[in-house]
Design a protein. Structure first.
Length: 50
């Protein structure tokens, strides 16, 4: 699974310290859907190997 926090590339810690913090990449609903779909993909891959 991808990292949950975004990396903000266009900010300088000295000029804009408020922009250096991490921001959530996905909203809670989107994250739940993503987790569910990834678990289904993993489960299907395991069944395929058997």
């Amino acid at each position: 699974m991808r990292k949950r926090l975004k990396r903000k590339r266009r900010s300088c810690a000295l000029c804009k310290p408020y922009k250096m913090g991490g921001e959530n990449r996905w909203k809670p609903k989107e994250l739940e859907v993503l987790k569910r779909s990834e678990s289904e993909i993993r489960q299907a891959a395991r069944e395929e190997q058997l």
